[in-house]
Write a protein that binds this ligand. Structure first.
Ligand SMILES: [Zn+2]
Length: 360
């Protein structure tokens, strides 16, 4: 039974995405009397940010029903939002004479309403509250630092995991050591990719060609570790054919002395000796990962040239873990309280709990 009490210290956050402004204002007026925070997104909806969606505990899409005229972006993003948190669509009753339903791709993902009454508002608030409780409950918040030799390495290796951390309320920072990378990727693109999840980005000014295992590299990594003070660090695996990746791995292992949890991710140049022991379900966050990678789209096609390969890789590793799509990790160090039954769940089981499908 819903008592109207707030479960966590922070209020659930509801995002209203609209092209029907009067309709959105009606929803806002009713939600404003509830114990929730509300964000209105009515700017050109084609520019809808993933970062806004990752902050949401529930989404309400208020539309005249003509979104399809603006292209596929809105319905695609709405479906992505609905795979992460409860999602609702408010629109006028459909005219059966008017042809195919432009929002048909959302059927099965979201709950539709044509009347914004008290029962509807209570459903939104209750589901937002449950969504937030499920996301916040397990474990303390983490401070995450993902380290890569080149722009794009971190996004390929742990882009989905980083999105899951942001969704779980963790702080995420990225350290990219070489300004120039694979296939001409650049620091500018690294900024755009980090902005997708509003991660803090540290871009080391030294050219990637000069990356080598030196005390100087250890010092540069240690300086960022000192500033971020991470509880979790992700880095290249040792078993990698790229000498820059190996140098960053070796130097990071020295620089992160004292960090509680350290894990290595897979790169395109990982050797067959990459042996992951942890598999994190990222199905709900694959669209975010692909959006981060799309920032490295040198051809301007709007998507990453290897989007298919990224999906196939995530599907391949899921054979060891289930969950549809996963990112693999070699756990290098995990200081856990596994013997204590009352201990908070570990870093990644907590993420899996947070990223479980929100809508049955
Ligand atoms: Zn690289």
């Amino acid at each position: 039974m819903d008592t109207g009490k707030v479960i966590t210290g922070e209020l659930p956050h509801v995002v209203i995405i609209y092209d029907d402004k009067p309709g959105a204002m009606a929803v806002l007026a009713k939600l404003a009397r509830q114990m929730v925070t509300v964000q209105l997104i009515g700017r050109p909806i084609t520019a809808l940010d993933f970062a806004d969606l990752l902050a949401a505990d529930a989404g309400v899409l208020v539309t005249h029903g003509t979104w399809a005229l603006q292209g596929q972006n809105v319905t695609a993003r709405a479906a992505e939002l609905a795979s992460i948190v409860p999602c609702f669509v408010v629109r006028p009753p459909l005219d059966p004479e008017a042809g195919p339903d432009p929002l048909a791709p959302l059927l099965g993902f979201v709950k539709f309403a044509s009347v914004v009454d008290d029962a509807f508002i209570q459903t939104v608030v209750t589901e937002a509250r449950q969504s937030r409780a499920a996301r916040r409950m397990p474990g303390p918040r983490e401070v995450v630092l993902a380290i890569g030799a080149h722009p794009e390495d971190v996004e390929v290796g742990v882009g989905g995991i980083l999105a899951a951390h942001v969704f779980a309320g963790d702080d995420v920072a990225i350290l990219t050591l070489g300004q120039d990378g694979h296939a001409g990727s650049t620091g500018q693109e690294a900024r755009a990719a980090a902005a997708v999840i509003r991660a803090r980005l540290f871009l080391d000014p030294v050219p990637a060609a000069r990356l080598a295992s030196t005390s100087d590299l250890v010092d540069r990594i240690a300086a960022v570790v000192d500033e971020v003070r991470p509880t979790v660090v992700y880095v290249h695996a040792a078993e990698d054919q790229d000498p820059h990746h190996r140098a960053v791995h070796d130097s990071t292992c020295i620089a992160v002395d004292g960090v509680r949890t350290v894990a290595a991710y897979q790169s395109r140049s990982s050797s067959v000796r990459f042996q992951p022991t942890e598999f994190v379900a990222i199905r709900a966050f694959m669209p975010v990962k692909l959006e981060m990678l799309a920032a490295y789209d040198a051809q301007g096609s709007g998507s990453h040239p290897d989007a298919k390969g990224v999906r196939i890789t995530a599907a391949y590793w899921s054979r060891f873990a289930g969950g549809g799509l996963v990112e693999p990790l070699e756990v290098l160090r995990a200081t856990s309280a596994a013997d204590d039954p009352d201990a908070a769940p570990g870093t990644w089981s907590r993420l899996s709990a947070a990223s479980a499908p929100a809508v049955a």
